[in-house]
Write a protein that binds this ligand. Sequence first.
Ligand code: FMN
Length: 369
Amino acid sequence: MEHKENILGKNKLKLGIFSANCSSGMAVTKVPERWENNWDNNLKLVKQCDEAGIEFMLPIARWIGYGGETNFHGNVLETVTWAAGLVAHSKNIQVFATIHTAFNHPIVSAKQLATLDQLSGGRIGLNVVAGWNKPEYDAFGIELPSAHDKRYKMAQEWFDYVSKLWTEDEPFDWEGDFFRGKDVCSLPHPVKGQMPILNAASSEEGKNFAMRNADFLYTPMLDYDHARTTVKDVEDRAKSVGRKVGVLSFVTVVCRPTMKEAEDYLAYYADEHADWEAVDNLMTLQGMHAQSFSRDALATLRDRFAAGHGGFPLVGTPEHIANLLEKISETGVAGVALAFVDYAKEFPYFQQEVLPRLEKKGLRAAFRV
Ligand SMILES: Cc1cc2nc3c(=O)[nH]c(=O)nc-3n(C[C@H](O)[C@H](O)[C@H](O)COP(=O)(O)O)c2cc1C
């Protein structure tokens, strides 16, 4: 599958929203205004983003909460059904479903996503996650393969199977290591026979999976140098197999009229009122079973996990945040997904104050419907 140019639009810096389907979003905090992931709030948010020209909405697939006082991510809207609701109430924005290859049969996922793509006029995307969270495997009664490469072998077969279901018109048999099927056929296909593909990961195997299959690797950025190195690494890997793969990352936004207000609010929600028990549970599980963050990085990132699940912090005035986004863009990162403590309340200020500054910098075009 070749890279689809401008797959998420033509803006140099693409913007999305991450994790609005999950309780507390990305902020592991006890503050009362933390994100309520109910349908009304999601609906309000998708309409705001759609009208502002934000490129995509990206959910987290989560089946078990992380405990702590708030049971962080204990309440999560399932991502395929969530995406169906969002596309029904929007016109332009691309909506991703995040799918665990271990927990979803390829025939079911292929048809669900193709159906959604048909009903949205081609506005669905797929975020493939190979899985890592042991309590979720326990919940499904499935063993988490201890070898990382085995998880990705299964993810690769899952993806190959789904891709074939999306493009074959005639029934075929599937004889793989993980899946078998006889006389399989899945119609309709996605509108363009394919859709934008993200792979959320950062291990070696994860990067290689993205190199082979995805349009974008969705991955953490520790600092600008790390982002630059990741972009170069992913581009080089992709080039070696004749493909183009971009990098998307995620950020925590606290945007206020003054630096002091922004910093005070960060200290209030992500330090004084952080749900530290949930932060530690989340970090322990990530450290044990995923390689998204190295052990050294995890040790220094506790504050960032409280503030936004490890997202790169954008804290300050609109001017400051626009400048930081420009620096991110200069690393070659193609776009970022944003998270706010209360998305729907805070997004309008970001739209009003930050988006025009990004337009002036030439990073985004003014959005007109
Ligand atoms: C930015 C980002 C987003 C992710 N989103 C999810 C998710 O929604 N659900 C999930 O189970 N895992 C998610 N993951 C975990 C990865 O998909 C992957 O299973 C995990 O990081 C282990 O793979 P890795 O060691 O190759 O990074 C995410 C990882 C990253 C880096």
